[in-house]
Design a protein around this ligand. Structure first.
Ligand code: FAD
Length: 429
């Protein structure tokens, strides 16, 4: 019977290497030079050389772009192994980029690999995979992002081109990306940076507000089927959501480590704060939540590896919502246990805490995913017949009694016993 929670020793060796590499090489670099390695921004030449050297080590270990399947150019390790790797990479913002699996490029590579034509793969997927270019996914519209059916951005065919008009915002890296994959209500399109008609309004940080004014793209830049934007977006966001959840496991594990260390180091009123029951409760509650999230994420990753994908949508939605909730709860407790220090940027907690509301919003608000979970679950049920639920005990008991009636009738002792039980039940009713 296959029911095994252990990591195979060879993969564990690779995880150990990744852990060591992140701790000894990536972390010191990001502490000494706190710049956005992952954003595609230009780095000083010396720093670029160091980062390239780190990426080379990852490639030599066969760990580059581990999210991609074999048939589309990646090593094809699958989601479960990726989840275990992301549990380590998620501790450091720069690590995914050094391993060639940074968002939003990963999701965009996923859809290029799945839906791209051979020309699109050669022109966009390969350079994205090699980090020669960077990308943006432009879906959310100012009038409402949770309801994709209300999107207005539209493309009209004009000879050998499509002409796109509309408005998008929260398009992360929209200004710096080399290509923007824009969701129109009649298809997904690839727009190269610099295409006339792209207008950047005042956005929020890296999240661009873009107006598409008669943006012309070649007919060959339609990604996926005409009219198939919803299908392509669902495929893309499914991967994105579970990858976010995997990286969240890393963050909450770090917060739990920090809480345990703090609890047995800090004293108050002559006691270690660990001696206070409320502190023990916080540690225990956090451990239970971290483990629940981790197992949910790993099991979902396993299901993705072992199923056709569609039936995993409920589990992916559950990972997305649970990750956001566990992140909020555990990071808050870790913050609190570190007192005033926890509220400052002298610890990594403040940054993670400030990103926690985003976790409930990126890739769609939690409410929408809970609706998905509930709707998918209810599909497996039928309404009960009559007034009472299927688990109504008097009806179940009567049925069970019928099953044993012949035995009861044939045995004096059993009949008396049954009558006694019935009298007792009648008195209690
Ligand atoms: C850090 C960050 C990065 C992002 N990056 C990108 C990106 O790269 N590309 C991109 O296209 N978008 C991006 N987004 C946008 C994100 O996908 C949207 O914010 C999200 O889909 C919600 O859309 P909205 O902000 O318009 O909220 P709305 O759709 O206005 O929803 C607001 C609130 O209304 C309620 N609500 C809405 N619908 C329902 C419902 N069906 N049931 C119950 N309650 C509901 C919920 O409380 C919800 O939180 C990013 C967002 C963040 C925060």
């Amino acid at each position: 019977m296959a029911w095994d929670f252990s990591t195979d020793p060879q993969w564990q060796e690779r995880l150990d290497w990744i852990e060591h590499f992140c701790r000894e090489q990536i972390e010191p670099l990001t502490l000494a030079f706190p710049v956005d390695f992952w954003s595609g921004a230009r780095l000083p030449k010396k720093l670029e050389e160091i980062v390239d050297g780190l990426k080379q080590q990852v490639k030599e270990r066969g760990l580059w772009g581990i999210f991609l399947d074999k048939e589309i150019g990646g090593p094809g390790f699958g989601q479960l192994k990726l989840a275990l790797v992301n549990e380590i990479l998620g501790r450091n913002m720069a690590a995914p980029s050094i391993f060639g699996c940074q968002a939003p490029d990963t999701g965009n590579m996923d859809i290029l690999a799945r839906y791209g034509t051979p020309e699109q793969k050669a022109k966009y997927l390969e350079p994205l995979f090699n980090q020669e270019i960077h990308s943006c996914f432009s879906m959310t519209e100012p009038q409402g992002g949770a309801d994709t059916h209300g999107f207005r951005t539209h493309a009209v065919r004009d000879g050998d081109e499509w002409v796109i008009n509309g408005e998008k915002w929260f398009s992360s890296f929209g200004k710096t990306a080399d290509i923007i994959i824009v969701m129109c209500n009649n298809g997904m399109f690839i727009v190269e940076q610099g295409t006339p008609g792209l207008e950047f309004l005042l956005g929020s940080g890296i999240h661009a507000h873009i107006r598409y004014n008669d943006v012309r793209v070649p007919a060959g830049n339609l990604l996926g089927p005409e009219g198939g934007a919803q299908q392509v977006a669902q495929f893309r966001l499914g991967g994105g959501r579970i990858h976010h959840a995997m990286r969240t496991v890393a963050q909450v594990k770090m917060a739990l480590d920090m809480m345990c260390e703090r609890a047995i180091s800090r004293e108050s009123r002559g006691h270690l704060i660990f001696d206070y029951q409320s502190v023990q409760n916080d540690i225990a509650d956090s451990y239970m939540q971290v483990e629940m999230l981790r197992l949910l994420v790993l099991q979902t990753a396993w299901k993705i590896d072992n199923s056709s994908g569609r039936e995993v949508r409920t589990d992916i939605a559950a990972c997305k919502v649970t990750a956001a909730r566990v992140l909020r709860d555990v990071i808050y407790r870790a913050h609190h246990m570190h007192g005033a220090l926890g509220t400052t940027d002298l610890l990594p907690l403040k940054d993670i805490w400030s990103s926690s509301p985003s976790m409930s919003m990126v890739d769609g608000p939690d409410e929408v995913h809970k609706v998905t979970i509930a709707r998918n679950l209810v599909k497996n049920y039928q309404p009960h017949e009559g007034l009472f639920p299927r688990e109504y005990l008097p009806a179940k008991r009567a049925l069970a009694r019928q099953k044993f009636q012949a035995l009861i009738d044939s045995d004096e002792e059993l009949r008396e016993y049954t009558e006694r039980v019935d009298r007792h039940a009648a008195r209690r009713a």
